[in-house]
Design a protein around this ligand. Structure first.
Ligand SMILES: *Cc1c(COP(=O)(O)O)cnc(C)c1O
Length: 392
């Protein structure tokens, strides 16, 4: 069972620890909250071997996930996605040990399923009847599906120029869709204005503490799938940053559980962003602790069109503490890389997934990554909702 004990301010502002049996969103200082577990106690009775008999979903790590009500977690089978050894793509870039974590295999076709499974599980346990979310597309689809599965209402807010498949899929799951002029940040404002007076449970990126918990399971899985070793590098397309923040948190948790052999070096984390919206890349380069909002954010990789991330300081800290870096890539290169991943590996890649291959090449060219290194690329979603990009 879950060993969740409390919620803690991620900015260490000194606010008291918070009770996870009550609805909690942000710390009183405005920073995201992070979930903390009694991993020392868990380590005494939770073993790597115990995983063998567990279902192949992210809930196999339930001791390190939030608790659920009597009906169990709200699950559609998310997680435990393939870690494909990309031999043909590896050969094309001169590497033997290139892997793709294929998150297109999740319900609703993206890794947003993991975060929403965790967040909606908690929302239902704490008595929510309506969840709301601003989204560039994939988060809305996942929120709509998990809310439907949990018997909750979903209200989603997306930029007006979102691709049609994202709208139709939300409607398919019975969600109420509001299209907002502007970017995801404007959609966030609209969602908060509509939801606050009505008591909707807000599942915005990092504004509730459990989407990070769901996404961190990608790192638990990679460790398990590689036989309790880390890759040298993880290359991750970064928007709001829940994936990077969650996986860096998972590295510490797996050490606390005693599951990674002593002396194992954590992976170096790489954030990939689009040239037309790269606030984290710029802040990393400039040595800043926080990122300045990006003006006129433009990219066809919707998941990366996030001009301002509430957890920017957590992303930057993970990149620096891990010895990683941040890279911006062009939309044209991402789209070419979608085709290359598809043709070489039979994997359906979103532009965000394509972006990781472009970043890998750049880092090999610079000598930052060595051809003998073990590298994991994250294909965070599938190509099917982005087919318009491939028709031009
Ligand atoms: C949301 C999204 C991202 C960005 O993820 P974060 O963890 O919020 O940084 C990347 N790729 C796809 C396909 C997405 O939907």
């Amino acid at each position: 069972m879950s060993t969740l004990t409390h919620l803690e301010c991620s900015a260490a502002c000194g606010a008291p620890l918070l009770d996870p049996d009550r609805v909690q969103h942000l710390c009183s200082c405005g920073a995201p909250l992070l979930a903390r577990y009694d991993l020392a106690a868990a380590a005494n009775r939770w073993t790597r071997e115990s995983l063998r008999d567990r279902p192949p979903t992210m809930w196999r790590y339930r001791e390190a996930l939030p608790p659920f009500d009597g009906a169990g977690p709200v699950t559609l089978g998310e997680g435990f996605t393939p870690l494909a050894h990309a031999r043909r793509l590896g050969a094309a870039v001169g590497m033997d040990r290139l892997y793709i974590k294929d998150e297109s295999d999740n319900p609703t076709n993206s890794f947003k399923a993991r975060g929403m499974s965790a967040a909606v599980t908690v929302a239902r346990r704490l008595g929510a009847t309506t969840v709301s979310v601003p989204s560039a597309g994939n988060a809305a689809n996942a929120a709509a599906a998990y809310a439907a599965h949990a018997g909750l209402a979903a209200k989603v807010f997306m930029p007006r120029d979102v691709k049609t498949p994202f709208i139709r899929e939300c409607e398919l799951y019975g969600a109420e869709v509001t299209l907002v002029d502007g970017l995801i940040t404007d959609a966030g404002r609209a969602a908060a204005e509509a939801g606050a007076p009505r008591g909707w449970y807000d599942v915005s990126t990092l504004k509730e503490p459990y989407r990070v918990e769901g996404k961190k399971t990608m790192a638990y899985e990679i460790a398990e799938q590689l036989g309790w070793e880390w890759p040298d590098w993880m290359i991750y397309p970064t928007g709001g940053g829940t994936g990077i923040v969650g996986m860096w948190k998972a590295c510490a948790e797996l050490e606390a559980l005693g599951w990674m052999p002593a002396g194992t070096r954590r992976p170096r984390m790489v954030s990939v962003q689009a040239e037309g919206c790269a606030p984290i890349v710029r802040a990393f380069r400039d040595g800043d602790e926080r990122a300045t909002p990006w003006e006129n954010a433009r990219t066809s990789a919707d998941g990366l069109r996030v001009p301002r991330a509430i957890g920017d300081f957590l992303i930057l800290r993970a990149l620096r503490d891990s010895g990683g870096t941040a890279v911006a890539v062009s939309d044209a290169d991402m789209i070419a890389a979608m085709r290359e991943i598809g043709a070489a590996e039979g994997i359906s890649a979103a532009p965000e997934g394509g972006a990781t291959l472009v970043a890998l090449r750049a880092l090999l060219d610079r000598g930052t990554i060595a051809p003998a290194d073990r590298v994991v690329l994250f294909n965070t979603g599938g190509a099917l909702k982005y087919l318009d990009l491939l028709g031009i």
